[in-house]
Design a protein around this ligand. Structure first.
Ligand SMILES: NC(=O)c1ccc[n+]([C@@H]2O[C@H](COP(=O)([O-])OP(=O)(O)OC[C@H]3O[C@@H](n4cnc5c(N)ncnc54)[C@H](OP(=O)(O)O)[C@@H]3O)[C@@H](O)[C@H]2O)c1
Length: 228
């Protein structure tokens, strides 16, 4: 980026329900947004570190806002486990690859791009079910465990970032239950289900209000801390 170019906000996973709504809401605020994903230019695939490194190199330093809105709960091969009997090593490995290792690589390549001076935010979309302290229901082992790993990776990265960028804020965020293709097969009566637009607006408000004292923590879409 040149000094005179506007600084873009970067949304990774911008084809997803929440990622797209975040990108649109930021654009409505007049922000330039770089939407990254497997089909963007440059393309970024969580399973291909070279693609992450290329995208980061192309964007360059000085960023103020990077949101990782990627994630996986189910696909054609993979359904969340209801019981330990359903545990499958391939399912565990795939969940970790997308929900933990991929975001760790995003942190490796994108956190060094945060502005050296002044406030900046890196947020990764985690999930309340990744909280160990909050786990009362069991089930969904692969998703829960991979999000718990993501939270630990985020926390560790935040400590390192704070040494060189004391005003940077790195957080894990729970978006609430949001009507997207990730959650729709698991909708339950009684749960507040938000539209992606509602969730995006709340997440942006949370990110705008965070201070550097809150780096390394996990918050819900109301800004309430969630225990790790
Ligand atoms: N929806 C909810 O109720 C809810 C609740 C709690 C937490 N969350 C979390 O919020 C985040 C966003 O969820 P969502 O509901 O918006 O899900 P979504 O609509 O399924 O979006 C998932 C995003 O992840 C991207 N992605 C998946 N695999 C990828 C890969 N290998 N490389 C690059 N990108 C990849 C998808 O890209 P493609 O379009 O290329 O597949 C898509 O942009 C996730 O971390 C999820 O766990 C959601």
């Amino acid at each position: 980026m040149t000094c005179s170019a506007p600084i873009p906000a970067v949304i990774i996973g911008a084809t997803g329900g929440i990622g797209a709504a975040l990108a649109e809401a930021l654009e409505q605020q007049g922000q330039i947004v770089l939407r990254l994903g497997r089909r963007s230019t440059p393309a970024l695939d969580l399973l291909d570190e070279a693609s992450i490194a290329r995208a980061a190199a192309e964007i360059g330093p000085g960023l103020r806002l990077v949101v990782d809105a990627t994630g996986l709960l189910h696909d054609a091969q993979l359904q969340p486990e209801k019981s330990l009997r359903q545990l499958d090593p391939a399912h565990l490995a795939r969940s970790f690859a997308i929900n933990a290792t991929g975001p760790a690589l995003l942190m490796k390549h994108f956190l060094p791009l945060l502005a050296r001076e002044g406030r900046s935010v890196f947020a990764t979309l985690s999930a309340r079910v990744g909280s160990i302290g909050d786990n009362r229901l069991g089930g969904w082992v692969s998703y829960r465990a991979s999000k718990a790993a993501l939270n630990q990776i985020l926390r560790t990265a935040a400590i390192e970032v704070a040494r060189g960028r004391p005003e940077a804020i790195c957080v894990a965020l729970h978006p609430g239950t949001v009507e997207t293709s990730l959650s729709s097969p698991f909708a339950k009566a009684g749960l507040e289900v938000q539209s992606p637009e509602q969730s995006a607006a709340r997440l942006l408000a949370v990110m705008a209000a965070l201070t550097s004292a809150q780096t390394g923590l996990f918050f819900d879409h109301h800004g309430k801390p969630i225990p790790f």
